[in-house]
Design a binder for this molecule. Structure first.
Ligand SMILES: NC(=O)c1ccc[n+]([C@@H]2O[C@H](COP(=O)([O-])OP(=O)(O)OC[C@H]3O[C@@H](n4cnc5c(N)ncnc54)[C@H](OP(=O)(O)O)[C@@H]3O)[C@@H](O)[C@H]2O)c1
Length: 233
C-alpha cells in the first residue's frame, strides 16, 4: 500500500518521504523518525504488523501511532491520515486480536494532537489468497459463512490520496468493493482459479456474518473481483 500510494501522490506532484524499516525508519524505537518528518505536512499511516495476537497487535498499533503523533507534532505536521479496516470496531469482530490493534490505532490517532482523518477499507481483492492461507489449518481452508466485500487496492489508494489533498481533515470515510460474497464461496472460487486444490471447509464462525462489510455511508469501488460467476449476496 505504501509504495502504491507514494507513486500515486508523486504523479500528482506531491513530494513523498517513505517511512518504512527498509528506509531506516523504525516507528517503534523512533530510530530515524524525527529526521524523516522534517518539513512533512501530512503523515499517511499505512503501517502494518504480523502480530495477530491482541497484546502484540495493540502494542504495535498504539506505540507506532503515539510515536508518529509526538514526533509529528514536534516537526509541525498538520494532518494524520490513517488506513483502517471497515467493521473492526464492530462488537462481533472484536475477538480478533489484529482488529483490536486497529481499533487501538484509530482511538490513538483520534485522541492525538494532530487532526486525524480515518480511511476504512474492506479487504483488498489481492489479499484474498493471503486470507485463505491465514485460514488454513492442516492443509484445509476453514471459512465461516461470513460476508466479505473486497475492494481493489488502487481504489483505496485513490481515496487515501484524496484524504491527503481534498477531503475535510478529521473525517471518517469508508470504501468497499462493488460486490458482496460469502467468504467460503470466495475462497473456493479463488483457489480453483489458481489451481490450488486445498479443500475449503465451511465452519461455524465466531464472528457475526456481517461484521466486516459496510453498514453506513461508504464509497463503492467500481472494479469487480477478477473472478466472474461467484454468487453474490
Ligand atoms: N490487507 C487488507 O486487505 C487491508 C484492508 C484494509 C486495511 N488494511 C490496512 O492497510 C495497511 C497497510 O497494509 P499493507 O498490506 O500495505 O501492509 P504491508 O505490506 O505489511 O506493509 C507494512 C509497512 O509497514 C512498515 N513497517 C512495519 N513495521 C515498521 C516499523 N517498526 N517501523 C517503520 N515501518 C514499519 C513496513 O516497512 P518495510 O516494508 O520497510 O519493512 C511496510 O512498509 C495496514 O494498516 C492494514 O491494516 C489492509
Amino acid at each position: 500500500m505504501g509504495a502504491r500510494l507514494a507513486s500515486n501522490l508523486e504523479e500528482k506532484g506531491i513530494e513523498v518521504v517513505s517511512g518504512g524499516l527498509e528506509d531506516g525508519i523504525d516507528v517503534i524505537s523512533n530510530d530515524g523518525l524525527a529526521d524523516a518528518l522534517v518539513g512533512v505536512d501530512t503523515i499517511v499511516n499505512v503501517l502494518n504488523t504480523d502480530r495477530f495476537d491482541p497484546e502484540g497487535a495493540i502494542s504495535f498499533f498504539e506505540t507506532s501511532t503515539k510515536n508518529l503523533i509526538s514526533e509529528g507534532e514536534r516537526a509541525g505536521v498538520r494532518h494524520h491520515v490513517v488506513l483502517s479496516i471497515v467493521g473492526v470496531g464492530d462488537e462481533n469482530a472484536s475477538e480478533v486480536g489484529y482488529y483490536l490493534g486497529k481499533v487501538a490505532q484509530e482511538r490513538t490517532a483520534r485522541s492525538g494532537s494532530i487532526p486525524a482523518t480515518i480511511v476504512r477499507a474492506t479487504q483488498f481483492q489481492s489479499y484474498v489468497p493471503v486470507l485463505a492461507d491465514q485460514h488454513t489449518v492442516d492443509g484445509k481452508v476453514l471459512a465461516p459463512r461470513s460476508l466479505i466485500q473486497p475492494v481493489e487496492l488502487d481504489e483505496v489508494v485513490e481515496l487515501l490520496a484524496e484524504a491527503v489533498t481534498t477531503l475535510e481533515r478529521g473525517s471518517v470515510v469508508e470504501i468497499a468493493g462493488p460486490d458482496r460474497y460469502y467468504l467460503d464461496d470466495l475462497f473456493r472460487a479463488t483457489l480453483a482459479e489458481r489451481g490450488d486444490d486445498r479443500e475449503v471447509v465451511t465452519v461455524a464462525g465466531n464472528e457475526a456474518s456481517n461484521a466486516l462489510v459496510p453498514h453506513g455511508d461508504h464509497r463503492t469501488g467500481l472494479v469487480r473481483y477478477p473472478i466472474a460467476g461467484i454468487a453474490t449476496v
